[in-house]
Design a protein around this ligand. Sequence first.
Ligand SMILES: [Zn+2]
Length: 307
Amino acid sequence: MQTAYINHPDCLRHDMGAHHPECPARLGAIEDQLIASGLLPYLQQHDAPLATFEQLARVHTPHYIESIQAAAPAQGLIYLDPDTAMGPHSLNAALRAAGAAVLATELVLEHKVENAFCAIRPPGHHAEPGKAMGFCIFNNVAVAAAHAMEKFGLRRVAIVDFDVHHGNGTEAMFRDDPRVMLCSTFQHPYYPYSGADSSNAHIINVPLPAGTDGTIFREKITERWLPALDDFQPEMLFVSAGFDGHREDDMAQFNLLEADYSWVTQQVKDIAGRHARKRIVSVLEGGYELHALGRSVLAHLKVLSGL
Ligand SMILES: [Zn+2]
Protein backbone atom coordinates (compact mmCIF):
# COMPACT_ATOMS: atom_id res chain seq x y z
CA MET A 1 0.00 0.00 0.00
CA GLN A 2 0.99 3.57 -0.65
CA THR A 3 2.13 6.46 1.49
CA ALA A 4 -0.14 9.52 1.53
CA TYR A 5 1.35 13.00 1.17
CA ILE A 6 -0.98 15.69 2.50
CA ASN A 7 -0.59 19.44 2.17
CA HIS A 8 -2.56 22.52 1.14
CA PRO A 9 -1.76 25.83 -0.60
CA ASP A 10 -3.21 27.68 2.43
CA CYS A 11 -0.20 26.50 4.45
CA LEU A 12 2.01 28.64 2.16
CA ARG A 13 -0.03 31.78 2.88
CA HIS A 14 0.73 31.87 6.62
CA ASP A 15 3.57 34.40 6.76
CA MET A 16 5.04 35.73 10.02
CA GLY A 17 7.19 38.33 8.27
CA ALA A 18 10.55 38.53 6.51
CA HIS A 19 13.38 36.80 8.40
CA HIS A 20 11.06 34.58 10.47
CA PRO A 21 12.61 31.09 10.30
CA GLU A 22 9.21 29.36 10.20
CA CYS A 23 8.62 30.56 6.64
CA PRO A 24 6.56 29.44 3.63
CA ALA A 25 9.75 28.49 1.72
CA ARG A 26 10.14 25.48 4.04
CA LEU A 27 7.35 23.68 2.21
CA GLY A 28 8.83 24.60 -1.18
CA ALA A 29 12.20 23.18 -0.13
CA ILE A 30 10.53 19.88 0.78
CA GLU A 31 8.56 19.67 -2.43
CA ASP A 32 11.65 20.52 -4.53
CA GLN A 33 13.48 17.52 -3.09
CA LEU A 34 10.52 15.23 -3.63
CA ILE A 35 10.24 16.35 -7.26
CA ALA A 36 13.99 16.19 -7.97
CA SER A 37 14.23 12.71 -6.47
CA GLY A 38 11.29 11.42 -8.53
CA LEU A 39 9.49 10.27 -5.35
CA LEU A 40 6.50 12.64 -5.43
CA PRO A 41 4.47 10.89 -8.21
CA TYR A 42 4.59 7.65 -6.22
CA LEU A 43 2.93 9.20 -3.17
CA GLN A 44 -0.86 9.44 -2.86
CA GLN A 45 -1.39 13.21 -2.78
CA HIS A 46 -4.28 14.85 -0.92
CA ASP A 47 -5.38 18.40 -0.12
CA ALA A 48 -5.91 18.94 3.61
CA PRO A 49 -9.43 19.74 4.83
CA LEU A 50 -10.09 22.36 7.53
CA ALA A 51 -10.11 20.85 11.02
CA THR A 52 -13.45 21.22 12.78
CA PHE A 53 -14.09 22.83 16.17
CA GLU A 54 -15.02 19.40 17.55
CA GLN A 55 -11.74 17.85 16.37
CA LEU A 56 -9.68 20.68 17.89
CA ALA A 57 -11.69 20.71 21.12
CA ARG A 58 -10.55 17.17 21.98
CA VAL A 59 -7.17 18.66 22.98
CA HIS A 60 -7.70 22.44 23.10
CA THR A 61 -10.08 24.40 25.35
CA PRO A 62 -13.13 25.86 23.60
CA HIS A 63 -12.13 29.28 24.93
CA TYR A 64 -8.70 29.00 23.27
CA ILE A 65 -10.13 27.92 19.90
CA GLU A 66 -12.61 30.81 19.98
CA SER A 67 -9.86 33.27 20.95
CA ILE A 68 -7.73 32.16 17.97
CA GLN A 69 -10.71 32.53 15.62
CA ALA A 70 -11.33 36.01 17.00
CA ALA A 71 -7.65 37.02 16.92
CA ALA A 72 -7.17 36.54 13.15
CA PRO A 73 -6.45 40.04 11.80
CA ALA A 74 -7.84 41.42 8.53
CA GLN A 75 -4.38 42.82 7.77
CA GLY A 76 -0.94 43.00 9.35
CA LEU A 77 0.29 40.69 12.10
CA ILE A 78 -0.83 40.08 15.66
CA TYR A 79 1.44 38.25 18.12
CA LEU A 80 0.16 35.28 20.13
CA ASP A 81 3.55 34.97 21.86
CA PRO A 82 6.90 36.66 21.08
CA ASP A 83 7.69 34.02 18.40
CA THR A 84 4.23 33.24 17.04
CA ALA A 85 2.23 35.62 14.88
CA MET A 86 -1.01 35.48 12.92
CA GLY A 87 -1.65 37.27 9.65
CA PRO A 88 -4.80 37.31 7.52
CA HIS A 89 -4.17 33.77 6.20
CA SER A 90 -2.83 32.14 9.37
CA LEU A 91 -6.12 30.83 10.75
CA ASN A 92 -6.84 28.85 7.59
CA ALA A 93 -3.26 27.55 7.50
CA ALA A 94 -3.55 26.38 11.12
CA LEU A 95 -6.92 24.73 10.43
CA ARG A 96 -5.49 23.00 7.32
CA ALA A 97 -2.44 21.83 9.30
CA ALA A 98 -4.60 20.17 11.94
CA GLY A 99 -7.04 18.98 9.26
CA ALA A 100 -4.17 17.31 7.37
CA ALA A 101 -3.33 15.28 10.46
CA VAL A 102 -7.00 14.28 10.84
CA LEU A 103 -7.25 13.22 7.17
CA ALA A 104 -3.98 11.29 7.46
CA THR A 105 -5.38 9.40 10.45
CA GLU A 106 -8.56 8.53 8.55
CA LEU A 107 -6.71 7.41 5.41
CA VAL A 108 -4.52 5.09 7.47
CA LEU A 109 -7.29 3.71 9.71
CA GLU A 110 -9.62 3.21 6.73
CA HIS A 111 -6.88 1.16 5.00
CA LYS A 112 -6.54 3.56 2.06
CA VAL A 113 -2.80 3.90 2.70
CA GLU A 114 -0.25 2.22 4.94
CA ASN A 115 1.12 5.47 6.34
CA ALA A 116 0.96 9.21 5.72
CA PHE A 117 3.10 12.35 5.92
CA CYS A 118 1.65 15.84 6.44
CA ALA A 119 3.81 18.57 4.84
CA ILE A 120 2.13 21.38 6.73
CA ARG A 121 2.75 24.54 8.72
CA PRO A 122 2.33 26.03 11.25
CA PRO A 123 3.86 23.20 13.31
CA GLY A 124 2.09 22.06 16.47
CA HIS A 125 3.96 20.36 19.30
CA HIS A 126 4.49 23.47 21.47
CA ALA A 127 0.80 24.44 21.37
CA GLU A 128 -0.79 23.72 24.77
CA PRO A 129 -4.49 23.15 25.54
CA GLY A 130 -5.03 26.89 26.05
CA LYS A 131 -1.92 28.55 24.63
CA ALA A 132 -0.10 29.21 21.34
CA MET A 133 3.67 28.99 21.64
CA GLY A 134 6.91 28.53 19.72
CA PHE A 135 5.55 29.00 16.15
CA CYS A 136 2.63 26.61 16.97
CA ILE A 137 -1.11 27.44 17.01
CA PHE A 138 -2.98 24.11 17.08
CA ASN A 139 -1.30 20.88 18.17
CA ASN A 140 -1.65 18.93 14.93
CA VAL A 141 -0.22 15.60 16.09
CA ALA A 142 -2.28 15.66 19.29
CA VAL A 143 -5.46 16.42 17.32
CA ALA A 144 -4.68 13.39 15.15
CA ALA A 145 -3.99 11.05 18.07
CA ALA A 146 -7.20 12.15 19.81
CA HIS A 147 -9.13 11.56 16.56
CA ALA A 148 -7.79 8.00 16.35
CA MET A 149 -8.92 7.32 19.92
CA GLU A 150 -12.28 9.13 19.94
CA LYS A 151 -13.54 8.44 16.42
CA PHE A 152 -11.97 5.03 15.79
CA GLY A 153 -11.83 3.70 19.34
CA LEU A 154 -8.11 3.00 19.51
CA ARG A 155 -7.05 2.22 23.06
CA ARG A 156 -3.27 2.67 22.86
CA VAL A 157 -1.41 5.06 20.58
CA ALA A 158 2.18 6.28 20.65
CA ILE A 159 3.57 9.65 19.64
CA VAL A 160 7.29 9.80 18.92
CA ASP A 161 8.85 13.27 18.73
CA PHE A 162 12.42 13.67 17.43
CA ASP A 163 12.24 17.46 16.96
CA VAL A 164 15.21 19.12 18.70
CA HIS A 165 12.79 20.94 21.05
CA HIS A 166 10.71 19.31 23.77
CA GLY A 167 7.06 18.92 22.75
CA ASN A 168 5.67 20.59 25.87
CA GLY A 169 2.22 21.03 24.35
CA THR A 170 1.76 17.39 23.44
CA GLU A 171 2.95 16.38 26.89
CA ALA A 172 0.54 18.82 28.57
CA MET A 173 -2.34 17.25 26.63
CA PHE A 174 -1.53 13.62 27.40
CA ARG A 175 0.40 13.72 30.68
CA ASP A 176 -2.57 12.19 32.52
CA ASP A 177 -3.80 9.96 29.69
CA PRO A 178 -2.21 6.50 29.89
CA ARG A 179 -3.70 5.60 26.48
CA VAL A 180 -0.95 7.73 24.91
CA MET A 181 2.74 6.87 25.13
CA LEU A 182 4.86 9.90 24.32
CA CYS A 183 8.51 9.25 23.43
CA SER A 184 10.72 12.24 22.79
CA THR A 185 14.32 13.28 22.40
CA PHE A 186 15.30 16.93 22.71
CA GLN A 187 18.18 19.26 23.48
CA HIS A 188 18.29 20.20 27.15
CA PRO A 189 18.64 22.68 28.68
CA TYR A 190 17.10 24.52 25.75
CA TYR A 191 13.79 26.07 24.65
CA PRO A 192 11.15 25.47 26.02
CA TYR A 193 13.19 24.31 29.09
CA SER A 194 10.67 21.59 30.00
CA GLY A 195 10.61 17.81 29.89
CA ALA A 196 13.77 16.91 31.81
CA ASP A 197 11.96 16.10 35.05
CA SER A 198 8.46 15.17 33.91
CA SER A 199 8.88 11.56 32.78
CA ASN A 200 6.50 8.92 34.03
CA ALA A 201 5.48 5.44 32.93
CA HIS A 202 3.97 6.57 29.62
CA ILE A 203 6.00 9.76 29.04
CA ILE A 204 9.47 8.71 27.90
CA ASN A 205 11.47 11.94 27.83
CA VAL A 206 15.11 11.73 26.79
CA PRO A 207 16.85 15.09 27.32
CA LEU A 208 20.19 15.21 25.48
CA PRO A 209 23.04 17.72 25.63
CA ALA A 210 24.08 20.22 22.95
CA GLY A 211 26.43 18.49 20.54
CA THR A 212 24.42 15.26 20.45
CA ASP A 213 25.30 13.36 17.26
CA GLY A 214 23.79 10.37 15.54
CA THR A 215 25.70 7.84 17.64
CA ILE A 216 24.30 9.18 20.94
CA PHE A 217 20.82 9.75 19.40
CA ARG A 218 20.63 6.12 18.19
CA GLU A 219 22.00 4.71 21.46
CA LYS A 220 19.48 6.58 23.60
CA ILE A 221 16.52 5.73 21.39
CA THR A 222 17.54 2.08 21.36
CA GLU A 223 17.88 2.10 25.16
CA ARG A 224 14.88 4.20 26.11
CA TRP A 225 12.20 4.35 23.40
CA LEU A 226 12.25 0.98 21.74
CA PRO A 227 11.79 -1.31 24.79
CA ALA A 228 9.06 1.00 26.14
CA LEU A 229 7.23 0.96 22.81
CA ASP A 230 7.51 -2.82 22.53
CA ASP A 231 6.04 -3.19 26.02
CA PHE A 232 3.25 -0.68 25.33
CA GLN A 233 2.21 -2.30 22.01
CA PRO A 234 0.63 0.78 20.41
CA GLU A 235 -2.18 0.23 17.92
CA MET A 236 -0.96 3.20 15.86
CA LEU A 237 2.10 5.45 15.82
CA PHE A 238 2.22 9.21 15.29
CA VAL A 239 5.42 11.11 14.58
CA SER A 240 6.20 14.72 15.47
CA ALA A 241 8.74 14.92 12.67
CA GLY A 242 11.01 17.86 13.38
CA PHE A 243 14.28 18.12 11.48
CA ASP A 244 15.83 21.05 13.37
CA GLY A 245 18.36 18.74 15.02
CA HIS A 246 20.21 18.51 11.70
CA ARG A 247 23.91 19.46 11.83
CA GLU A 248 23.34 22.27 9.31
CA ASP A 249 20.34 23.72 11.19
CA ASP A 250 21.49 26.49 13.51
CA MET A 251 18.18 26.69 15.40
CA ALA A 252 19.79 24.36 17.99
CA GLN A 253 23.02 22.43 18.53
CA PHE A 254 22.45 18.79 17.57
CA ASN A 255 24.56 17.19 14.85
CA LEU A 256 22.11 14.77 13.23
CA LEU A 257 22.27 13.81 9.55
CA GLU A 258 19.80 12.48 6.99
CA ALA A 259 20.97 8.94 7.79
CA ASP A 260 19.90 9.41 11.41
CA TYR A 261 16.41 10.47 10.32
CA SER A 262 16.26 7.41 8.03
CA TRP A 263 17.33 5.23 10.94
CA VAL A 264 14.78 6.56 13.44
CA THR A 265 12.03 6.30 10.80
CA GLN A 266 12.96 2.65 10.23
CA GLN A 267 12.75 2.00 14.00
CA VAL A 268 9.26 3.52 14.08
CA LYS A 269 8.31 1.45 11.04
CA ASP A 270 9.58 -1.74 12.69
CA ILE A 271 7.54 -1.04 15.86
CA ALA A 272 4.46 -0.27 13.72
CA GLY A 273 5.02 -3.52 11.83
CA ARG A 274 5.22 -5.54 15.04
CA HIS A 275 2.30 -3.99 16.93
CA ALA A 276 0.24 -1.54 14.88
CA ARG A 277 -0.54 -3.16 11.53
CA LYS A 278 2.09 -0.77 10.05
CA ARG A 279 -0.09 2.29 10.83
CA ILE A 280 1.95 5.53 11.00
CA VAL A 281 0.95 9.18 10.67
CA SER A 282 3.87 11.60 10.52
CA VAL A 283 3.41 15.36 10.86
CA LEU A 284 6.02 18.01 10.09
CA GLU A 285 7.24 20.04 13.07
CA GLY A 286 10.53 22.02 12.93
CA GLY A 287 13.42 22.20 10.45
CA TYR A 288 14.65 25.63 9.40
CA GLU A 289 17.76 25.21 7.25
CA LEU A 290 15.97 24.81 3.96
CA HIS A 291 18.40 22.49 2.16
CA ALA A 292 18.85 20.19 5.14
CA LEU A 293 15.07 20.18 5.73
CA GLY A 294 14.33 19.12 2.15
CA ARG A 295 16.91 16.34 2.20
CA SER A 296 15.86 15.12 5.65
CA VAL A 297 12.15 14.91 4.76
CA LEU A 298 13.12 13.03 1.60
CA ALA A 299 15.11 10.55 3.71
CA HIS A 300 12.12 10.16 6.09
CA LEU A 301 9.65 9.64 3.21
CA LYS A 302 11.88 7.14 1.39
CA VAL A 303 11.80 4.91 4.47
CA LEU A 304 8.06 5.46 5.13
CA SER A 305 7.16 4.62 1.53
CA GLY A 306 9.77 1.93 1.04
CA LEU A 307 10.59 3.49 -2.34
ZN1 LIG B 1 11.79 22.36 16.97
